[in-house]
Ligand binder design. Structure first.
Ligand code: A3P
Length: 318
């Protein structure tokens, strides 16, 4: 249970939050713990199926992330890089499909057979933590790209996501969701442990795991899009660079462009599942440091302290 998983901290933080005369448990949010991480039951089923059944091809490339850290952007970029010779930029499927429908998700689309896999197409995505990835993926030597983001912005994004996509939970005060997030209770959380798993893997096997930060992607988009393209085996040639192919990928996948497409304004994703969602939920502000508009000084201090404790010694800063 929560108290066992996250014992009270010395600085007096609570590990179970009072709710009237009862206690607020992760199960109230439909969250269940498995191998040290918290899952919505729908995704947890898929995680276990993936661990039991999934057999990768050695050419597979996994786009990995914790929710709200830049998954949608990474999927769009990788998809447009890989398909740039197949479609010109005015016919790219990203113009009519949400990025999540362009790159299948392992624990949902693949193992639940919700979309047919094209064996020629190398991209797959997952929110699974590194330590829970199917052994078959680790053994196969497949390449992995991970994107992470300042935990403060992840939390703010997560909070807005919950208010919109899970309104029954969004009724809870932000402070409660914040407390749970800090204690590690969020979808695929603890967030910090998620980041740490992939960070360590990237240090051990840099040729196999590319570790990206949302903030760096925003600041040095062109450099990192080229690095991503090279890492996933679709480098831009000098001629392509000269004639502006890198900028075209960046423009196609920009927040401004994607969020204004009809499909992303009014379309829906995973219809007929317990986790159906409006596509516009994936596009909110797309800014770095939006936390400044939402968190109190105490919240900032608390999160920065956790980040320092959990990631500081690894040299991971945001
Ligand atoms: P905000 O809520 O801070 O705006 P994920 O894709 O992992 O669910 O993360 C969602 C976050 O990425 C949201 O952050 C969303 O607005 C932002 N995002 C979505 N598409 C993006 C894009 N093309 N470029 C930059 N950020 C994007």
């Amino acid at each position: 249970d929560l108290e066992e998983a996250y014992p009270p901290k010395s600085e007096g933080t609570v590990s179970i939050i009072s709710r009237g005369n009862g206690l607020l448990c992760p199960e109230d949010f439909g969250l269940f713990q498995y191998e040290g991480f918290w899952y919505h039951s729908f995704y947890l089923e898929g995680v276990k199926l993936a661990q039991e059944q999934f057999k990768p091809q050695s050419t597979d490339i996994f786009l990995c992330s914790a929710p709200k850290s830049g998954t949608t952007w990474l999927k769009a970029l990788a998809f447009s890089i890989v398909t740039r010779t197949e479609f010109d930029f005015s016919t790219n499927p990203l113009l009519v499909k949400v990025p999540h429908d362009c790159v299948p998700m392992l624990e949902v689309d693949i193992v639940k057979n919700m979309s047919d896999r094209n064996p020629e197409f190398p991209l797959l995505s997952t929110h699974m933590p590194y330590s829970s990835l199917p052994k078959s993926i680790i053994d196969s030597g497949c390449r992995v790209v991970y994107i992470c983001r300042d935990p403060k912005d992840v939390f703010v994004s997560f909070w807005h996501f919950i208010c919109k996509a899970r309104p029954e939970i969004g009724l809870l005060p932000m402070e409660v969701i914040f407390e749970l997030f800090c204690q590690g209770v969020s979808y695929y959380g603890p967030y910090w442990d998620h980041v740490l798993g992939y960070w360590k893997a990237s240090l051990e096997q840099p040729e196999r795991v590319l570790f990206l930060k949302y903030e760096d992607m925003k600041r040095e988009t062109s450099v990192l899009v080229k690095r991503l393209a090279e890492f996933i085996g679709h480098p831009f040639s000098a001629a392509e660079e000269t004639e502006g192919a890198v900028e075209r990928v960046i423009d196609l996948c920009s927040f401004e462009n994607l969020s204004n497409l009809e499909v992303n304004k009014n379309g829906r994703h995973r219809v007929d599942t317990p986790v159906a969602i409006e596509n516009n939920t994936y596009f909110r502000r797309g800014k770095v440091r939006d936390w400044k508009n939402h968190l109190t000084a105490e919240m900032v201090q608390r999160m920065d302290r956790i980040t320092e404790q959990k990631l500081g010694s690894c040299g991971l800063m945001f």
